[in-house]
Design a protein around this ligand. Structure first.
Ligand SMILES: CC(C)(COP(=O)(O)OP(=O)(O)OC[C@H]1O[C@@H](n2cnc3c(N)ncnc32)[C@H](O)[C@@H]1OP(=O)(O)O)[C@@H](O)C(=O)NCCC(=O)NCCS
Length: 171
């Protein structure tokens, strides 16, 4: 079976909590994500995240990345506001045991297609921390364009760094 047949983006469900708590508790994820992604990541954090996602009204914007029936990562968008309201920021992570198999590239490709089909956004963007070349490659494979290196716009774990801005525009 091809990878694209094995991967699904689907709603988070309560029975994902064990896998979520186990895979998300990883500093290698946290170091590349916003500080609001918890570390340490507890079972209570997993339950709270799933409850938050289940309460989403309207078209969902947060999904579990399901590989062969197991939630192995997460992907979602955050709509920006005010004059940026036609932009969505995409975020994603994959559990470390599943890295390097093309899962993130497939998930970002599928999510981007969904976002442009279901929402009026003109632009989906991501800001990759400078120490994360794998994520830059994921975005390139998903058809995103590198737009700019934004100097010293990140502070993570006490380190100040640059962000690499990638975007995909509505065709
Ligand atoms: C970044 C992340 C999502 C990648 O997930 P993944 O499923 O392993 O990604 P894929 O397998 O689809 O693609 C990874 C690509 O990066 C490449 N890569 C991996 N490590 C790399 C490195 N150190 N330098 C350059 N490229 C690298 C891989 O070779 C692959 O490219 P290829 O298919 O051309 O060989 C995953 O490592 C992760 O969850 N990291 C922590 C959270 C995160 O960074 N989220 C994104 C925030 S912007």
């Amino acid at each position: 079976m091809s990878l694209s047949d094995r991967i699904k983006l689907r709603r988070w469900i309560p029975t994902d909590a064990d896998a979520l708590a186990r895979l998300a508790h990883n500093r290698k994820l946290w170091i590349n994500l916003r500080d609001r992604f918890p570390h340490p990541y507890t079972r209570a954090d997993a339950d709270a995240w799933i409850a938050h996602c289940q309460a989403e009204a309207g078209q969902p914007i947060q999904f579990a990345i399901d590989l062969d029936g197991l939630a192995i990562g997460g992907i979602g968008i955050e709509p920006l506001s005010d004059v940026h309201r036609l932009t969505a920021e995409i975020g994603y992570w994959i559990g470390e045991p599943y890295w390097g198999q093309g899962v993130a590239s497939a998930a970002v490709t599928g999510m981007t297609r969904y976002v442009f089909a279901e929402f009026p956004f003109e632009r989906v963007q991501a800001l990759v921390f400078q120490w994360n070349p794998a994520s830059r490659r994921v975005l390139e494979k998903a058809g995103y364009t590198f737009e700019a290196r934004v100097a010293r716009c990140i502070v993570k774990d006490g380190l100040v760094g640059d962000g690499f801005l990638y975007a995909r525009l509505r065709d």
